[in-house]
Ligand binder design. Structure first.
Ligand code: CA2
Length: 149
């Protein structure tokens, strides 16, 4: 059974505590449970992580590339948070590893401030998911399962 690696970037540990109108009321622990259930239903194992540190996210993308090459990983679902809009390092890591990656956003970033409209991730992602709330994580896992089958 292959693994889906779900990576959450900066400030997503605050989910459920503030800005419910934008991000909903569910916590990151709730999102992890949703991902557990969805992976089980789609024949995948879940590895669920969060970090506020850009370099740690880069290290995890490198690890994902190695695991995918070894046939153990279906791919990555990445909510890079604000690093989406700033990080050439994440862009280079995804491109350099060639890992299958779905970019995910809880909110519709294109309906928000102009600085959220550009993503350094989209050009190197297999697919992009935005605006479905936290249910987007479940939709992305189902999509990843189809891509890897
Ligand atoms: O919509 C998304 O998922 C975002 O990736 C979330 C990021 C934001 O910078 C992106 O533009 C869009 C922010 C994550 C911070 O989440 C918080 C949740 C609750 C309270 C404070 C922050």
């Amino acid at each position: 059974m292959k693994t889906a690696l779900v990576i959450n970037g900066p400030n997503l540990n605050l989910l459920g505590s503030r800005e419910p109108a934008v991000y909903g009321a569910q916590t990151l622990a709730d999102v992890q449970q949703l991902c557990e259930r969805t992976c089980a239903a789609n024949g995948l194992k879940l590895d669920f992580r969060q970090s506020n540190h850009e370099g740690e996210l880069v290290d995890w993308i490198h690890e994902a590339g190695r695991l995918q090459t070894a046939g153990q990983l279906a791919g990555v679902i990445l909510n890079a948070g604000a690093y989406t809009h700033t990080s050439v390092a994440l862009h280079d890591a995804i491109k350099g590893t060639g890992v299958t990656l779905i970019e995910l956003h809880i909110s519709n970033v294109h309906a928000r401030e102009a600085f959220r409209h550009h993503s350094y991730i989209s050009a190197v992602a297999k697919a992009v998911m935005a605006g479905f709330g936290v249910n987007g994580y479940a939709l992305a896992i189902a999509g990843l399962a189809q891509l890897s089958s």
